[in-house]
Design a protein around this ligand. Structure first.
Ligand code: ATP
Length: 356
């Protein structure tokens, strides 16, 4: 029986509250589905860790993350806690760079009971695959402001970076096994050379996946189509900043940040975290929606199953996913952000009960 080592970073703000819920759910699913075990390695990071230890991502946490089979990450950072130069505490970004987590996987799947803003209740189930390591974000800290008159940041698109993210998108589309798998390249190649290059590399890689349809949209048209007919999409692959924006649009379509999980994947490491931040307005009130964290655990279990060829974690993932679906539909897991009355505690208890 395989024991999976999970590095757990609880983070700041509502991070510890929702991660605690997701760990309760994980423990229950592990009891119900036998055939695998979990070892948790508590690994501090974030604003509170910075205040306590003088460092936001301690070396011991980084090495625990490197050694783990997967990393479960709560949101990090607090508005009032900053480095002396005024910048934010963002160990999650450091982790992304250190572990070369180049593929941001941001699913947008609508579940009954999580009200989205669109009329007609479209069956939304797409994934934004966001390139995490380059694009305009490659300029982080390196932009130039000239004479208080002009500012520049430079977009970086490399062949290697584009090939590997596009391969991730096509592999994911194959894995999702939709009736007509499709990957849509989202860019602004009509305006910028760097995006035209991204699209060219996309087209080259697409030839290696003749079983998956490949098409393109400019980002402005993609934003409109995602609102007009989101059900048409399967996998979208795009540059870092565009992916950042479109994945939040996706979260908005399925009920908001409280139900949006994510994964950041590299070739050797994988981080799973809710899309939301530390939500300082909700700290300690017991009302944070735990579903994004719980669904991140579902993604983590599926990833462990895939990478280790082990059906047991996938069975646990299905158990949790079904329990989330059932309790959302019944209203028991519907917190205030979804228009319901559940608290973090009662939503978690309902899901635990539904798992069995
Ligand atoms: P960050 O900059 O850290 O990503 P943000 O400024 O985007 O954070 P979040 O902390 O993600 O903001 O949250 C924005 C708002 O959304 C919160 O203030 C909160 O009201 C709501 N929110 C976020 N996550 C949740 C959640 N899990 N449950 C309920 N509401 C949430």
């Amino acid at each position: 029986m395989k024991t999976y080592r999970i590095a757990v970073v609880r983070g700041d703000g509502i991070g510890p509250e929702v991660i605690a819920s997701s760990l309760e759910i994980l423990a229950r699913a592990r009891q119900v589905v036998t055939g695998f075990d979990i070892e948790l390695i508590e690994s501090p990071a974030g604003a509170v860790t910075y205040l306590e230890q003088g460092v936001a991502l301690p070396a011991s946490t980084l090495s625990a993350c490197r050694a783990a089979d997967a990393i479960l990450l709560g949101a990090c950072g607090l508005p009032d806690v900053r480095y002396p130069d005024g910048t934010e505490i963002i160990p999650q970004v450091t982790l992304r760079i250190e572990l070369d987590l180049y593929a941001g996987i941001r699913p947008a799947k609508r579940r009954e009971g999580a009200p989205g803003p669109l009329a007609g209740d479209p069956a939304i189930d797409f994934v934004v695959v966001r390139e995490n390591t380059e694009g305009i974000f490659a300029s982080l800290g390196g932009g130039i402001v000239l004479g208080d008159q002009l500012a520049t940041d430079t977009q970086v698109i490399t062949r290697r970076g584009t090939e590997r993210i596009v391969h991730s998108a096509f592999r994911l589309a194959r894995h999702r096994k939709r009736a007509r798998p499709r990957v849509t390249c989202v860019d602004k190649s009509n305006i910028l050379r760097s995006f035209a290059f991204f699209r060219k590399v996309f087209d080259e890689v697409a030839l290696q996946y003749p079983d998956v349809a490949a098409d393109h949209l400019y980002v402005d048209a993609a934003a409109m189509e995602l609102v007009r007919r989101p059900e048409q999409f399967d996998v979208l692959v795009t540059e870092n900043l565009l992916g950042d924006i479109l994945s939040d649009l996706g979260a908005g379509l399925i009920g908001g940040l409280g139900v949006a999980p994510s994964a950041d994947l590299g070739d050797r490491h994988a981080v799973f975290q809710p899309c939301h931040g530390t939500a300082p307005d909700l700290i300690g009130k017991g009302v944070a929606n735990p579903l994004a964290a719980i669904l991140s655990v579902v993604m983590m279990l599926d990833h462990l199953a895939d990478t280790h060829g082990d059906p047991a974690p996938a069975a646990a993932a299905r158990r949790i996913d079904q329990a989330v679906m059932a309790t959302l539909a019944s209203g028991e897991a519907r917190t205030a952000d979804l228009g319901g009355k559940a608290t973090t505690r009662t939503a978690t208890a309902a899901i635990l009960h539904a798992i069995g």
